[in-house]
Design a protein around this ligand. Structure first.
Ligand code: SAM
Length: 216
């Protein structure tokens, strides 16, 4: 672990936004799934949510360069229970869904705890999930085609959330609790060692300012 790498990991965690997330409802194409997580990482989403399509989550590789390594995905059995869980955690759920009650995605406040609900290419967001969401949102389409690729729609909305959160100063101070941030930092910095400490039921060791393990 070089000091530069450690500083980068810390900086990224200090900008993570635990109150911004996505819920992917049966997004079944691996390249879309990966692209959405890549946008999540770029705007500072801490963790994402998914309802797996039949056959399981789209296969993806958690190689060092991929976003999947940095954005954990929590799975849920179905969209309604996922939405209920997120709402009980204080999130407003915004379903990307064209309906009579849909509003322009730019008209909402993304500094609030927010989850963006995304649907699969073929089916979109299910009607029951759209009904259960707090709002339905659309990205206005002024051309010939009716919809965007789901990962493009995700990026468009997530970067609006980033714009609002930057303006509100939410990236200027860590949004994670200190202990949570330090725990995640150890797990990111020492991914091979962290499981060994957990298996032994031992706390993670303290790290020096430049990320070296302090033996004591
Ligand atoms: N046939 C599907 C339908 O009727 O909903 C189209 C799904 S679209 C290709 C895939 C997903 O991308 C949607 O479920 C939604 O999450 C997102 N999406 C695409 N275009 C969008 C738009 N203009 N506004 C909001 N979300 C959009």
């Amino acid at each position: 672990m070089t000091p530069e790498r450690y500083a980068k990991l810390r900086g990224v965690l200090e900008r993570r936004q635990p109150t911004l997330t996505v819920l992917m409802e049966q997004v079944n194409k691996p390249h879309n799934f990966s692209a959405i997580l890549r946008s999540c990482d770029a705007v500072g989403v801490l963790g994402a949510h998914a309802v797996a399509p039949r056959g399981g989550l789209p296969t993806y590789s958690a190689t060092s360069g991929s976003a999947e390594k940095w954005v954990h995905v929590e799975t849920h059995p179905d969209a309604l229970s996922a939405i209920g869980t997120l709402q009980s955690r204080g999130f407003q759920v915004l379903a990307t869904h064209l309906s009579a009650r849909a509003v322009d995605y730019r008209d909402l406040d993304y500094t609030r705890p927010t989850c963006v609900l995304l649907g699969a290419e073929k089916w979109g967001v299910s009607q029951e999930a759209a009904d259960a969401a707090d709002h339905n949102v659309v990205i206005p389409m002024l051309g010939m085609v009716q919809s965007l690729n789901v990962s493009v729609a995700a990026a468009t909305i997530l970067f609006e959330a980033q714009r609002q959160r930057l303006a509100a100063g939410l990236y200027e101070r860590p949004q994670l609790e200190v202990a949570d941030l330090e725990r995640r930092l150890f797990e990111w910095a020492y991914p091979d060692l962290a499981p060994l400490y957990r298996e032994r039921g031992e706390p993670y060791p303290a790290l020096s300012e430049d990320g070296q393990i302090l033996r004591g």
